[in-house]
Write a protein that binds this ligand. Sequence first.
Ligand SMILES: Nc1ncnc2c1ncn2[C@@H]1O[C@H](COP(=O)(O)OP(=O)(O)OP(=O)(O)O)[C@@H](O)[C@H]1O
Ligand SMILES: [Mg+2]
Length: 355
Amino acid sequence: MALFKELLGSGESLFKNEDALDLDFVPKLLPYREAQQHHVANCIKPLMQGRNGRNVFICGAPGIGKTAAVRWVLRDLEETTDEVIPIYVNCWQKNTTYKIMMDLCAQLDFKFTQNKNTEELFDVVKNIVNKKTVVFVFDEVDKVEETDFLYAILNDVLRKTVILITNYKSWLENIEDRVKSRLIAEILEFKPYSGEETKEILKQRVGYAFVPGAWDSDAFNAILSHAAESKDIRTGLFLLRESGLCAEEKSSKRILMEHAQSAVEKVTEFSRHNKEDLPDEAKGILSLVSQHSGKKIGDLFDLYKKTDQSMNYKTFQRRIEKLTLGGFVNTEKITDRKGNTTIVSTANAKKLTEF
Ligand SMILES: Nc1ncnc2c1ncn2[C@@H]1O[C@H](COP(=O)(O)OP(=O)(O)OP(=O)(O)O)[C@@H](O)[C@H]1O
Ligand SMILES: [Mg+2]
C-alpha cells in the first residue's frame, strides 16, 4: 500500500549511529581546531622528553570545542606514549581541593584513600606523578571553590603541563596572588565558529549519525540557522537529535521541516516552561537578575531588599544558587579590592540544552 511506503518499518531507524550526537562524542579529527590542538600539543611535547611542559589557559564561549579539542589531544597522547600521564578533571563536579585529590587518586589507580586527609592524598599523587611527567586538565575551572590544589600542583609537581579551561577570561586575573605568581600560562582564546564552519561541522555529524538521505535540505538549513545564531555547536547537536527523534516518532522516512520546527520549539519551550514553573519568589529574583545582569550578588541583594525586606542575605544566596543549578543564571566568583564576591548574570544558551 503506497501509504505505508512512506512510513518507517518497525525495525527501521533514521539513525545510523545516534551516539555520534552525544555531547561527549569526540570526532577523531576536530575540524577548525587544528591550530589550537597543535598549540596545546606543543606545550605538552617537552614532557615526552622528560622535561617540564608549558601551561595553557584556554578560554572562550560555551559549545565551541574547547573540551573536545583538549580531550582529543589527551587521547592522542595516550596512544603515543606511556611516559606522560594524562589527567582530566571536570571542576563542575570536583569543586574542592579534597574532591580533586580524591579524583586524581582514582585516576592514578590508587585505591587506599580511606581516612586520608587532603594533604595525605596529595602526597600520594605527588609520589606517583613525580616518577613520570603529567598533564593536568582542569576543565570548567571557574567552578572551583578554592585554588589550593593548583598551588600544591604548581609547587610540588616537578614536570607537568597544567591546562585550565573556562568560559571566563577574567578568571585568571582574579585568582589569588600566591597561585597567580606561580602560574605562568600561555593564553589560548577560542573564537566562535563562523556560519560556514558551523555548517561544515554539523554536516559532518549528520554524516556520522544518520542514514544517507535522512535529512530534507530545508529542514537541515533550519537547524543550521538556529545553531549558527546561537554560535553553539551543542545546541546544533541537540536540535539534530531532537529532529530525528521527532521524525521517527511520526514514523517518517525523512526528517522534514515540521520535525525541525518542533525540535526548535522544544528548545525554546523548555526554558519558558521551566521559568513559569518557578515559585513567585524565585521568579522575582530571576527578573531582578535579568534587569541587572553582571552585578555583584551583594548589590543585587540590596536591590531585592527594596521590594522584600523579610529575606536575609543567606537565603538570598541560596536562592541564587538554586537558580544557578536550574540553569537560569550563571555565577562567577571573583576577587576584587574588597575580597571575594560573586557576579550573577542571566544564563546563556548552553544551559538550555543541558538536560
Ligand atoms: N570543530 C568541531 N567539530 C565537531 N564537533 C565539534 C566541534 N567543536 C565542537 N564540537 C562538538 O560540540 C559540542 C560542544 O563542544 P565542547 O564540549 O568542546 O564545548 P566547550 O567549548 O567545551 O563548551 P563549554 O564552555 O560549554 O564547556 C561537543 O559535542 C563537541 O564534540
Ligand atoms: Mg567544555
